[in-house]
Design a protein around this ligand. Structure first.
Ligand code: SDX
Length: 431
């Protein structure tokens, strides 16, 4: 927060109130209203937090009008092109790209903590086979706090570090086991000779009957997808993790809360919903019917994978995801995926339709991710699990930043109350 605080004056009830204004290194300034209620006896009101900065952060910057996304200052396009997920994890957690020795130490630690406590594998068989894998993720990740008691004290920096690395390392194993259980196949253990993303793919798709062959193009695509989903400022699930963490809840419980929030179709569940929508549309000739429904205020249907609270320009991740979709389909020899044809046509229709142009509704990261993930072999129910796997490092980085902020307090918003005022209890005979 810059030292050269300016100020803002607000008039309320014929009286002027002055509040400090702080500038960040880039992006909108903030008006510090932390004394607003004490000074004015009124609350500010911002449902959905469309104009509210909940914290100060140094991790991820988004410029929605310019379509910019920076992780610790590095553009997502450069990280996706030149980097990999392990170094992106290091960058988000520790603030800069690792050098050779830092990367080796970090990658080795993650590799050698990818196994679960063997007793945890029993959890999976407690679920119905057809349980949605996100339900399994919420349950098993939350249950980590029942197994790793030596890293739940949030006030101990060493324990915070151990918990952080345990989750980055074990989420792929939990996600893969959730998939294997859902698919009715034997659980596959991590291999220490593989990269993070190649290891994840082998845990998902290896079977005892034959040797699993790593496809470098597909594991590179998986790695890039993880990079794109790693963090995204104060989105709904990250805010959930911060709010849960502000009460002092253990890190595993906080990440489980983030997974639960991400599941919603308006948020991380949109990749699953977008692919389902493309399937419902089926062929390009049915696009006008669905676009009409998306514009109809009386119809709850929305074009999944379109629109964003922050991006009022193209989501930079969507462009990279579209390129990745083509690479994966090309590598797998899938020439004409009918859903890709529908997606391309739908994108063109929407980008030229006044309703979407006026509201600045562009494809977001979820629009093309479903096509790519399906081509990689994942069922639609696994799409948000993959999003949660990748976003875990961002949630942890944001949680650590909050815990280590000396000014942090428990989050406790207020309300505009419009319910009944005081009234006396009525006995049944008077109701
Ligand atoms: C993610 O926050 C993040 O950073 C999230 C995320 C991340 O990395 O963490 O980027 C990941 O969640 C991406 C978003 C995925 N969700 C979807 O694709 C679901 C479909 N999108 C919409 O539900 C919606 O666009 C939201 C939820 C993403 C954004 O909602 P807002 O900001 O609250 O916008 P809004 O609902 O106020 O919409 C503004 C207008 C409305 O019309 P009017 O009332 O002005 O007439 O645009 C319309 C909306 O009806 N609108 C849409 C639409 N999205 C918004 N109309 C049709 N289809 C859509 N998809």
């Amino acid at each position: 927060m810059s030292e050269n605080a300016k100020s803002a004056v607000l008039s309320l009830g014929g009286k002027d109130y002055t509040f400090p204004v702080y500038d960040g290194t880039v992006g909108p300034s903030v008006v510090d209203i932390s004394t607003f209620y004490r000074d004015t006896n009124a609350f500010t009101y911002d449902p959905g937090f469309t104009a509210t900065a909940s914290c100060e952060s140094k991790i991820t910057y988004i410029d929605g009008d310019e379509g910019v996304l920076l992780y610790r200052g590095y553009p997502i396009e450069q990280l996706a092109e030149h980097g990999d997920f392990i170094e992106t994890c290091y960058l988000l957690l520790y603030g800069d790209l690792p050098n050779v020795s830092q990367r080796k130490e970090f990658e080795t630690a993650i590799t050698y903590h990818s196994m679960l406590h063997e007793q945890m594998t029993k959890f999976f068989s407690g679920f119905r086979r057809d349980a949605h894998p996100m339900a399994v993720m919420v349950g098993v990740v939350g249950a980590m706090s029942a197994f790793y008691h030596d890293s739940t004290d949030i006030n101990d920096p060493q324990q915070r570090e151990i918990a952080s690395r345990r989750m980055v390392a074990k989420l792929p194993t939990i996600a893969a086991m959730a998939y294997k259980y859902y698919a009715g196949q034997p659980l596959v253990y991590p291999r220490n000779d593989l990269s993070y993303s190649a290891n994840f793919l082998q845990m998902c798709f290896a079977v005892p009957c034959e040797e699993y062959k790593i496809n470098p193009v597909l594991s590179r695509a998986m790695d890039r997808i993880f990079i794109l989903h790693a963090d995204h400022e104060q989105n709904a699930s990250t805010s959930t993790v911060r709010l849960a963490g502000s009460s002092g809840a253990n890190p595993f419980a906080c990440i489980a809360a983030g997974i639960a929030c991400l599941w919603g179709p308006a948020h991380g569940g949109a990749n699953e919903a977008a692919l389902t929508m493309l399937g419902e549309i089926g062929t390009p000739d049915r696009i006008p019917e669905f676009v009409k429904r998306a514009k109809d205020k009386n119809d709850p249907f929305r074009l999944m994978g379109f629109g964003h609270r922050v991006y009022k320009n193209y989501d930079p991740r969507a462009k990279i995801m579209q390129k990745t979709a083509h690479e994966v389909l090309g590598e797998l020899g899938i020439q004409d995926d009918p859903l890709l044809d529908v997606a391309r046509e739908l994108e063109q229709v929407a980008l030229n339709d006044e309703y979407f142009v006026e509201r600045k509704l562009y494809p977001n990261i979820d629009f093309y991710s479903g096509i790519t993930l399906r081509a990689l072999g994942f069922p639609t129910t696994m799409f948000t699990v993959l999003f949660a796997l990748a976003r875990t490092v961002g949630w942890i980085a944001q949680w650590k930043e909050m815990i280590e902020d000396p000014h942090q307090r428990i989050g406790r918003p207020r309300q505009l109350y419009t319910g009944p005022t005081h009234r006396e209890y009525k006995p049944m005979s008077n109701r």
